[in-house]
Ligand binder design. Structure first.
Ligand code: SAM
Length: 248
């Protein structure tokens, strides 16, 4: 998969994309990241990328021309169906379903805003999607782009050592993940649940399913309401509700 990132600050991406799983995915050509400096698409002597807002007001707005030119240039070599995504606090909130969907695309073109954001004509004319990473405002779209790329990259085939682990992550199946433990089996009197040491895989599987459901019920009941539970999960949930002794 390729991801073209249009930004005024390409240098911000060097650390996060060089290490760990992201670095290895790039080394193994599973993920191609192409950083595009929007400033390279200015035509004036001072390479101006922002200007005062029409109508007055605080801050600067990213100019329309360099962004149009950068997107058009990048798209020349890319399949036409690739999403062009503006990172924006006003967009649809990123979630795991959307991440899964993006991970099946051949590529993505991401536009990072800065200052007070981009000229509205960008939003109206050249993007296909507008994505937010949450209801708060950051100084630029670079960190949101890194979040999106990281989440998408780990869904790509062969990027993670054990691909099955994805399926047990929070949100993959619409629930939170189950609790995890590792050695030592006892630390300062704090013990690992006996069942995980039992070697009984069927019981461990059941325990994990139940813990995932319990966690989700207690922390994110909205996910339980949205999810279509299997018969087995319904039974476990009934058990949990009884144990909790309330009407959760
Ligand atoms: N004036 C804009 C508004 O009220 O919506 C906020 C602009 S913000 C300071 C500058 C840039 O940061 C945005 O254009 C966007 O690219 C990025 N940004 C900030 N918060 C974001 C978020 N929660 N999700 C995605 N991008 C965000």
């Amino acid at each position: 998969m390729f991801i073209d990132i249009l930004t005024l600050f390409p240098g911000m991406f060097s650390g996060p994309f060089e290490h760990s799983i992201m670095g290895r995915a790039r080394e193994r050509d599973l993920l191609e990241i192409n950083l595009v400096d929007i400033r390279d698409y200015t035509k004036d002597k001072h390479s101006v990328t922002d200007d005062y807002p029409y109508g007055g007001g605080a801050g600067m707005v990213m100019k329309v021309e360099p962004i149009f030119r950068a997107v058009e240039d990048v798209k020349k070599d890319r399949p036409s169906e690739v999403p062009t995504v503006l990172l924006s606090p006003q967009g649809r909130t990123l979630n795991q379903d959307l991440v899964k969907e993006y991970s099946t695309c051949k590529g993505l073109i991401l536009i990072c805003g800065h200052y007070e954001g981009v000229d509205e004509r960008v939003r109206e004319n050249i993007i296909t999607d507008e994505i937010s990473i949450g209801d708060y405002v950051l100084t630029g779209g670079e960190l949101p782009a890194m979040v999106l790329v990281n989440a998408v990259a780990r869904m790509l085939p062969s990027v993670l050592g054990d691909e099955d682990s994805i399926k047990e992550d929070s949100f993959f199946e619409g629930l939170l993940g189950y609790p995890q433990y590792t050695r030592p089996r006892e630390y300062r009197g704090l013990k690992v649940p006996e069942i995980l040491l039992s070697g009984d895989h069927a019981r461990i599987k059941r325990w994990r399913s139940k813990q995932a459901l319990k966690r989700t019920l207690l922390r994110r009941p909205d996910l339980i309401t949205k999810k279509k539970l299997s018969g087995r999960q319904e039974k476990l949930l009934a058990e949990i509700r009884e144990e909790l002794g309330d009407d959760k």
